[in-house]
Design a protein around this ligand. Structure first.
Ligand code: HEM
Length: 227
């Protein structure tokens, strides 16, 4: 009975939308913590490497957190693609008007480009993990402890001008994606009542500018420092 209800909920369009919303908001949370950690780059090599080393020292716990992150990312991506295909199919028929009317989300540039900015972010994350997390493994000694020199790997990567430009372009996509996604997630959860929703939209824009701007700033900073 319970399993049937759960199946019915996640099989429904609103259930899927709410899962995309929840996983999207969780990914927004990850980005804030990731950006905060990356600011250790500004402090210096030892501070950044110690921070990364402390994360690494979590061992099994880090592995579990990374697994959860991968599951969240996969659910978000998979269901967003599924919903988008359903929308495109629905738009092909007479449902076009009804769909727009029902969702009430309007069609701004940001909402229309969600699938494209999402795909840019997917490509970004794959290349990002390949070039940094799985990038050259240098070692260094800090306070007598041998650890990975992730600072060197990162700085070396951003010496490249095309790589830095790619980061800035991807962060423009991230800003467009999160600014629409943030408010849209609240709408999917049904938390879009009255004047509060205006503030939710403002917070979404602020989040997009600060977080994407923060990452783009760090990429340019690393480039200028490394060149
Ligand atoms: C200037 C911008 C950025 C820098 C310098 C940066 C740096 C890094 C570094 C050094 C790692 C490897 C961490 C480790 O191996 O312990 C990493 C991992 C990662 N980054 Fe970034 N990052 C940036 C932006 C982003 C953005 C915008 C996203 C997402 C849209 C992102 C998503 C990830 C993910 C998913 C991982 C793998 C996490 C894990 O498996 O532990 N990063 N990043």
């Amino acid at each position: 009975m319970m399993a049937a209800a759960v199946n019915h909920y996640f099989g429904s369009s609103i259930g899927r939308k709410q899962l995309v919303a929840t996983t999207g908001l969780l990914l927004c949370g990850f980005l804030v913590s990731h950006l905060a950690g990356n600011f250790f780059l500004l402090v210096g090599p030892n501070a950044f490497n110690l921070y990364a080393h402390k994360l690494e020292a979590l061992g099994g716990l880090l592995f579990v957190v990374e697994g959860i992150l991968a599951v969240i990312f996969t659910i978000h991506l998979g269901l967003a693609i599924k919903l988008n295909i359903e929308n495109v199919k629905a738009r092909g028929g007479a449902k076009r008007y009804a769909l727009k009317k029902n969702t009430g989300r309007g069609t701004t540039f940001m909402s229309q480009t969600m699938p494209w900015t999402g795909l840019i972010l997917l490509a970004f994350v794959i290349l990002h993990i390949k070039s940094l997390k799985l990038g050259t493994y240098y070692t260094t000694v800090v306070d007598g402890v041998t650890m990975r020199d992730l600072y060197k790997t990162t700085m070396e990567y951003f010496v490249s001008t095309p790589a830095t430009i790619w980061y800035v372009v991807a962060m423009v996509a991230a800003a467009l994606h999160t600014s629409h996604g943030f408010a849209s997630a609240f709408q999917s959860m049904g938390w879009n009542h009255g004047k509060y929703f205006k503030n939710v939209k403002r917070i979404g824009y602020l989040y997009a500018v600060l977080v994407s701007g923060g990452f783009a700033f760090l990429a340019v900073w690393c480039h200028l420092k490394g060149v």
